[in-house]
Unconditional design. Structure first.
Length: 180
């Protein structure tokens, strides 16, 4: 089994083990948002496209930022949240550390030491669309299921945008990571 196949399997197993409803669609490889939009139209996928950025924090520390298509990273907020200035990891680091294909980073299913930084806008989605690894697959997951999915992950979890009453940079617990 290739690293990409293992990532796909970990993602599907996680959803099944947690009893999280989802839809899996197979299509041509999606490596840009134009193709993602065409796939979404053709298969009637609901929701918003995810955007996952793999970040390097120093020599051997990494984080995955999960946000939405079109969102721009607030590097100063990320620095405050992560304790040091993040940089975009190279394609080689992405492949070596996660098994992902460049331009198609899967947000979930990675080694426990890779922090997951979740944009609070993701949690407000009716549905989130993301690849479970292979660029020819898309998962559609209901937004109300995301807190349960996040709670089942072994990764350190940080909320990117402060929720009301939560100062920026405070780690989010699964109970704080909830949909409206």
């Amino acid at each position: 089994m290739t690293p990409l196949d293992s990532l796909r399997q970990r993602n599907l197993d996680l959803l099944r083990e947690q009893g999280i409803s989802h839809r899996l669609v197979q299509h041509e490889p999606v490596l840009d948002y134009a193709t993602a939009h065409a796939v979404r139209q053709r298969f009637g996928l609901r929701g918003q496209e995810s955007k996952s950025l793999f970040l390097r924090l120093g020599a051997q520390r990494y984080a995955m930022l999960l946000t939405l298509e079109g969102a721009r990273a607030d590097w100063s907020q990320l620095k405050a949240l992560l304790g040091q200035r993040p940089r975009m990891a190279s394609d080689e680091e992405l492949v070596r550390q996660t098994g992902c294909v460049p331009m198609c980073a899967c947000p979930f299913g990675h080694a426990a030491e890779i922090a997951l930084v979740v944009d609070s806008a993701v949690l407000a989605c009716d549905y989130l669309l993301y690849s479970p690894g292979p660029p020819q697959l898309t998962l559609e997951v209901p937004g109300h299921e995301l807190p349960r999915l996040l709670a089942a992950l072994p990764n350190p979890l940080l909320e990117y945008s402060a929720a009301p009453g939560q100062p920026p940079g405070e780690p989010a617990t699964p109970s704080q990571v909830s949909c409206p």
